[in-house]
Structure formats: structure tokens, C-alpha cells
Write a protein that binds this ligand. Structure first.
Ligand code: CTP
Ligand code: MG
Length: 238
């Protein structure tokens, strides 16, 4: 079977502040989504990219046009997303052709992931792992806090988590297609959200494994992240 990438790009980017949907915001003059599609299509494993666009007709057409005009690469499908990331990923999974057996799910908001990271995730799934996640050590000390009082008031600390046992996860997350689809169906039925795809697969009892992530695979979430992303891109082009 083939390996496909699903790129959820339907979010508004509220934390980035006012402007176009986050995936369409420019990075080095090119929409973030185009960087993300290229990053996935550069991997020789990936032969199909499904982009999940904001759920209005104009956005779907706009994204189709954008990707047709860019020098991108593998076969690309564009489908409309949903209200939540989970719904958007599900819409992408529903669009996969029958011959796809490995799926990489990659946030449009991680436009600068190196191709080596994509390859490593795809290879680990091909080698038999049902779910593979790139992850980084946590560098900040992490505190657990108790129920707070007034918003903005000092928060009581319950304890300090052992940082050496924590990892911060990135994307692309790679899956056996059937395991991921089953986990999404179960999660949608139970109605409780999960913040990442691997979390859903974990709850179905599958062993999720981590491979090394990369600092350039960081997620563009807040305005300062855009500053960093521009700097990383400028360094690459130098
Ligand atoms: N996403 C999506 N559909 C949604 C929400 C999010 O496809 N309904 C996608 C985003 O486009 C992004 C990825 O999921 O590529 C990770 O989400 P996040 O970084 O939270 O992006 P946004 O939801 O757009 O940002 P914010 O939460 O600040 O609004
Ligand atoms: Mg979000």
C-alpha cells in the first residue's frame, strides 16, 4: 500500500491574532500551508497529500488554487474541515483512497519540519509500529497546580513533575491506517476530545512509540513563533 499525509489546516489561528486563517498566513512570502505540503511531499515515502481546508467553499477553492500554482509535487486533494481538529483529521481520513495503508498526520502549523523527521516517522510505521510520534525532551521545569481562585491570582503548586520522564510531542504522527481510523471512530462516538491523534490510538490499547523530533518542527501558535519561523527560514536560505 501507499503512504499518505493528511494536513489539518482548517483552524483559524486565534492565538496568532487577527488576520487570515493561520495556514494561509505567509512565511518568507509563501503561505505556511504550502511549506507544510512541500515538507511532506519531499519525503519519498509520501505519494498523496490530503489538505483539510477551512470549511467554507471559498477557502477550499482558494487552497486548491494555491496548491495548483505552487510547485508542489505529490498528488494533492483538498477537502473541507470541521469545527475541531479532530473533526478535520477525520474529514481527511474519509478522503483517503483504498490503497493507502500508512497515514501521516501533520499540522499545517508546523511548516518547517525537516524531511528527515518525516522519513523517520514513515519508516518506523512501515517497520511495524501502529503509531509513531516525533518528540522532544521538555526543557522547562513543569509544575502541577491546584484549582485556582480568581483568574490572574497566584496559583497554588501541588508538585513538580519529574521532567526527565516527559516528552513534548510534534507532528507528523504516523499510523497504521486501520488503527487510526478505528480510534477516530471510537473517539467520535464517545464524544470526548483528545488533543492529538496518538492519544486516541493509545486509548484503544495500541503501543505508541516515540522517535526523535526536531527543534525546527515547532508549532507556530503565537506571534513570537512567526518571528522564529522567519528566522529559521532565512537561515536555511542563506
Ligand atoms: N485545525 C484544523 N481544524 C480545526 C482546528 C485546527 O484543521 N477545527 C488544524 C490547524 O489548522 C493546525 C492544527 O490543526 O494546522 C493545529 O492546531 P492549532 O495550532 O491549534 O491551530 P488553530 O486551531 O488554527 O489555532 P488556535 O487554536 O490558536 O485558533
Ligand atoms: Mg487550535
Amino acid at each position: 500500500g501507499r503512504t499518505a499525509a493528511v494536513i489539518p489546516a482548517a483552524g483559524r489561528g486565534v492565538r496568532l491574532g487577527p488576520g487570515a486563517p493561520k495556514a494561509l498566513r505567509a512565511l518568507g512570502g509563501t503561505p505556511m500551508l504550502v511549506h507544510a505540503v512541500r515538507a511532506m511531499a519531499q519525503s519519498r515515502a509520501v505519494t498523496l497529500v490530503v489538505v483539510v481546508a477551512p470549511p467554507d467553499d471559498t477557502a477550499v477553492a482558494e487552497v486548491q488554487q494555491l496548491l495548483a500554482d505552487s510547485d508542489a509535487i505529490a498528488e494533492v486533494l483538498v477537502v473541507p474541515g470541521g469545527e475541531t481538529r479532530q473533526e478535520s483529521v477525520r474529514a481527511g481520513l474519509d478522503a483517503l483512497p483504498a490503497d493507502v495503508d500508512v497515514v501521516l498526520v501533520h499540522d499545517a502549523a508546523r511548516p518547517l519540519v525537516p524531511v528527515d523527521t518525516v522519513d523517520a516517522v514513515a519508516a518506523a510505521v512501515r517497520a511495524g509500529a501502529p503509531a509513531v510520534v516525533p518528540a522532544m525532551p521538555v526543557t522547562d521545569t513543569v509544575k502541577e497546580v491546584g484549582p485556582g481562585g480568581e483568574p490572574g491570582a497566584p496559583e497554588p503548586v501541588l508538585g513538580t513533575v519529574d521532567r526527565s520522564r516527559l516528552r513534548a510531542v510534534q507532528t507528523p504522527q504516523g499510523f497504521d491506517r486501520d488503527a487510526l481510523v478505528a480510534a477516530h471512530e471510537k473517539t467520535a462516538l464517545e464524544g470526548d476530545g483528545a488533543t492529538d491523534d496518538a492519544g486516541m490510538v493509545e486509548r484503544q490499547g495500541h503501543q505508541v512509540v516515540l522517535v526523535p523530533g526536531h527543534e525546527e518542527a515547532f508549532k507556530v501558535t503565537r506571534p513570537l513563533d512567526l518571528v522564529l519561523a522567519e528566522a529559521v527560514l532565512a537561515r536555511r536560505r542563506a
